[in-house]
Write a new protein. Structure first.
Length: 94
């Protein structure tokens, strides 16, 4: 069984710094929150390389703040789906 930590608890750090800290605590897995990537602006390539350097496995928690894919408001629903699709593309790059 692999245990890990999600990076949102370290949101004051860059994603790559959070990975270093998580790895330093002995964990081999990290769940990255999409909001964390959006906040820091780090590229998926840099994050992926850091994870490879640390021999860590990653997953991505899709955007969850301020979205509602079930909204009756068509505009909100469409923008929310766009955010989910962007998270899927980001996860693919990681």
């Amino acid at each position: 069984m692999i245990f890990g930590i999600n990076t949102w608890f370290l949101k004051e750090k860059k994603v790559t710094e959070a990975l270093e800290m998580i790895n330093g605590y002995g964990f081999e897995y990290a769940e990255i929150w999409m909001e964390h990537i959006l906040k820091t602006g780090e590229s998926t390539g840099v994050i992926r390389q850091k994870a490879e350097d640390l021999n860590m496995k990653l997953s991505l928690h899709a955007t969850s703040y301020d979205i509602n894919i079930a909204s009756v408001n068509k505009g909100i629903r469409q923008k929310s789906l766009k955010q989910v699709h962007e998270a899927i593309r980001t996860a693919d790059k990681l």
